[in-house]
Design a protein. Structure first.
Length: 329
């Protein structure tokens, strides 16, 4: 399986830049924001009925692609660590499978779907003009360019994360489960955490669209649908097979322990008591083992990340209410 060209480019940046994540993010944002400023689109006072609304949209189209590229670079840079961790729970003859990570075969299909979504549901064509003599011509071109860049990056990010989530789901079926060392399975949970962080971080940026202090549900509806579906897939898909194997392992061992307890001597002599108490303690330990490949710290961060987008949206709505009240007063 060959590495897609965009992933090769990101890997090249990691190899040749001293601080690839920060440098690429700053340069990406600087290029896009500078372009929007130069074209006069960042605050189109003469060509838009709501120039501050356009400012919010172009700020989002500057920050979000840069943020997603930074997330992808961060994940790719940390991939060797995760691969080494996964080797500890995979059979030796399955280690070669790890070379398939970060190689989404159908990335171009995802990008095309994202562009179709942008064209059909995210660009208000009725407000644009592509007549070269019209004063909105440059602004209209910039809007289309900004949306295309944004959704190309979104499509690439979704394709990479979906491929890796599906890949880890398959690896989970091959993983060795040691009920007494569940921390060895944490790489599955950490991957889920990184994918979820990318999604909720993107959603936390969306209130930039409300910079004019008007919280419009239409600006969030499309992103909300995509993010909810993506979060559901990226949260459960990488860890579900491991979760199922952990539950099966616990169920099997509990059955064996229950059978051993039934056969154990119930007399009160020291050896019998020690053997029975040992079985009872082991049963209690296994019953209280976690069912997911993530420890307390990972789980608490997952819960925190899930809360970030709603809090950001509530904050944007409260700012609108506060400003409206202040202006009315």
């Amino acid at each position: 399986m060959t590495t897609p060209a965009p992933i090769k480019l990101l890997q090249w940046l990691i190899q040749h830049l001293k601080r690839p994540v920060a440098t690429t993010g700053i340069c990406s944002f600087g290029f896009l924001f500078g372009l929007f400023v130069v074209t006069g689109s960042i605050y189109p006072a003469e060509t838009s009925d709501s120039p501050l609304e356009a400012t919010g949209i172009f700020l989002l189209c500057s920050f979000l692609p840069a943020y997603l590229v930074m997330c992808m670079l961060g994940m790719l840079r940390n991939r060797p660590v995760m691969q080494n961790s996964l080797k500890q729970v995979l059979p030796d003859d399955k280690h070669a499978l790890l070379t398939q990570i970060d190689k989404p075969r159908y990335w171009l299909v995802w990008v095309v779907i994202a562009l179709v979504f942008a064209v059909t549901a995210n660009i208000s064509w009725s407000t644009l003009s592509f007549d070269t003599s019209n004063e909105r011509f440059v602004f209209s071109l910039t809007v289309v360019f900004a949306q295309f860049v944004l959704w190309i990056v979104v499509g690439l990010a979704l394709s990479l994360n979906f491929h890796n989530a599906l890949f880890l789901h398959r690896l989970g079926k091959l993983a060795s489960i040691d009920i007494y060392n569940l921390d060895s399975l944490n790489p599955f949970g950490r991957f889920t955490l990184s994918g979820l962080l990318m999604i909720v971080g993107a959603m936390a940026l969306t209130p930039l669209q409300s910079i004019d202090a008007e919280f419009r549900w239409d600006n969030y509806r499309n992103a909300f649908v995509i993010v909810v579906l993506a979060a559901f897939v990226f949260l459960l898909l990488p860890i579900w097979s491991v979760h199922s194997k952990i539950k099966l392992q616990k169920r099997t061992q509990l059955q064996d322990i229950d059978e051993a307890i039934d056969k154990a001597s119930k007399s009160f002599d020291g050896a019998s008591l020690m053997a029975l108490n040992g079985l009872l303690d082991r049963r209690q330990y296994i019953q209280h083992c976690r069912n997911w490949p993530m420890d307390t710290s990972i789980f608490s961060r997952v819960v925190l990340y899930v809360l970030i987008p709603p809090l950001a949206w509530i904050g944007a709505a409260l700012v609108e209410v506060a400003l409206s009240s202040a202006l009315a007063g």
